[in-house]
Design a protein around this ligand. Structure first.
Ligand code: CTP
Ligand code: MG
Length: 227
């Protein structure tokens, strides 16, 4: 079902979405801690390296909140035994309630008897770190985007479609890969590729959601610009 794939894509990618939104909230909470990552430096082209919009505060807050979000999602997610489907793959909870390794990585060494199930679990700490790395990478993407945005002479806060919308998707996915050894072997790969709808949702639906969320943030007075 396409709906299941769309929901699962948004669910497992929530840590990256949270990381991307977190800096705006953290900026409101701790306005004083605003030292920019580029230290105010200006490039040869006369523009800032990254700009005042990329702070250490944003990175710290984003990574922490993404880690907390992943843990929260894992706690809420159903485990394999609770899913009445032929595939008990825990595609929602970062394998914290168990992941049936044997049937997915194509080995019989886990299971000797037919029909037996060997579950591998990730610990809460592993899930937290997984989310934090995904969030950190999402913000690295955001900063890399800003670097190229400045080189094109666009000032901080100016719109740059679709790069503003997709920077954290590409780098968030990179974070999934980098952090994959924290979770049972095969989990990340299956979570992202078992259904083509997952990646399609992330690339097609995210820009629309991003524009919507930023407009809401602007109405609420959290963001200076509506994009
Ligand atoms: N922010 C931050 N640290 C980060 C990312 C974002 O403090 N690493 C905060 C800044 O206050 C920033 C706001 O979140 O202004 C909105 O983030 P974003 O839209 O990514 O930054 P812009 O100011 O639009 O800058 P750019 O044009 O470089 O994207
Ligand atoms: Mg922006």
């Amino acid at each position: 079902m396409a709906w299941e794939g769309i929901l699962r894509a948004l669910w497992i990618f929530l840590p990256a979405y949270v990381a991307n939104m977190a800096p705006v909230f953290v900026a409101k909470l701790i306005p004083g801690w605003n030292s920019p990552i580029d230290g105010g430096r200006i490039g040869k082209d006369g523009h800032r390296i990254l700009g005042d919009g990329k702070t250490w505060r944003g990175f710290a807050g984003g990574a922490l909140m993404a880690g907390a979000m992943a843990l929260f999602l894992a706690v809420l997610a159903p485990g394999p035994s609770a899913i009445p489907s032929p595939s008990p793959f825990d595609g929602w909870g970062f394998a914290m309630h168990g992941y049936e390794a044997g049937s997915h990585i194509g080995t019989s060494t886990f299971c000797e008897t037919p029909g037996c199930r060997t579950l591998v679990e990730s610990s809460p700490l592993q899930v937290f770190l997984f989310g934090a790395i995904v969030g950190f990478m999402a913000l690295v993407g955001d900063a890399v985007k800003s670097y190229f945005k400045r080189r094109r002479g666009k000032e901080g806060g100016a719109p740059w479609f679709p790069f503003d919308q997709l920077d954290f998707v590409v780098f968030g996915l990179l974070g999934f890969m980098i952090a994959s050894p924290l979770l049972p072997a095969g989990w990340v790969w299956h979570a992202l590729t078992d259904d083509w709808v997952i990646l399609a949702t992330l690339f097609i639906l995210t820009p629309a959601l991003h524009l919507l969320v930023n407009r809401i943030g602007y109405w609420l007075g959290l963001k200076k610009v509506p994009w």
